[in-house]
Design a protein around this ligand. Sequence first.
Ligand code: URA
Length: 237
Amino acid sequence: MGIEAWVRRAPPAGVEAVAPDPAPDPVPTPVPVPAPGAATDTAAVATLDWDALRERVLGCRDCELHTSRTQAVFGVGNPDADWLVVGEAPGAEEDRRGEPFVGRAGQLLDAILRAAAQDRKTAYIANILKCRPPNNRDPNPDEISCCQGYLARQIALIRPRLILAVGRIAAQHLLATDLPIGRLRGRVHRWGEAAIPLVVTYHPAYLLRSPSEKRKVWQDLQLAMQCEREQVEVPMQ
Ligand code: URA
């Protein structure tokens, strides 16, 4: 996937919103917008820089979701983040405001991040899907396949030290498995050729319904923090 090897960065993470490739292109190249319904050209997406990728996502019409969205939701945070949080898809509030996790679940995610000494400026937050599925239904395989090149390119450009997958959909998609989330928690996985450590935890929307599970999320955060702190060689899963 063309991702450079994962290397340790000097802590703490910068909080400036600085694009990973700061070299400005004096002549901006227009980002081609494919015709509606055209298959996502993953190879072309894998060459885009941060600004071109954002533009491509915001103008995307590769699946039907572009007809019902208010806007695509690219992501928020530090493009040079150590922590990348990946959720499922924008909900109604995110679709309206153009930012991930801004509803009630988002407030809880902010609290979860604070517990790990992270926030929306130090971490990066993105979703598997960039557009809201109608009535917040689960993403379908076509939608996921149209969007997966975008998240892969975000990961390649951010090169996070840790990916926190929140919720079943994010975890199963990132790990290409259909194992239940309960089986995916509690250990460190690896993502992609760069073998980025990946920890799975519950979705904050689930915690709103089942607050007694918060204790498990705290355990997951401790695992994530330990993994990042120690930079240990964790066996591949
Ligand atoms: N749930 C998600 O998974 N992502 C969001 O952006 C909002 C709610």
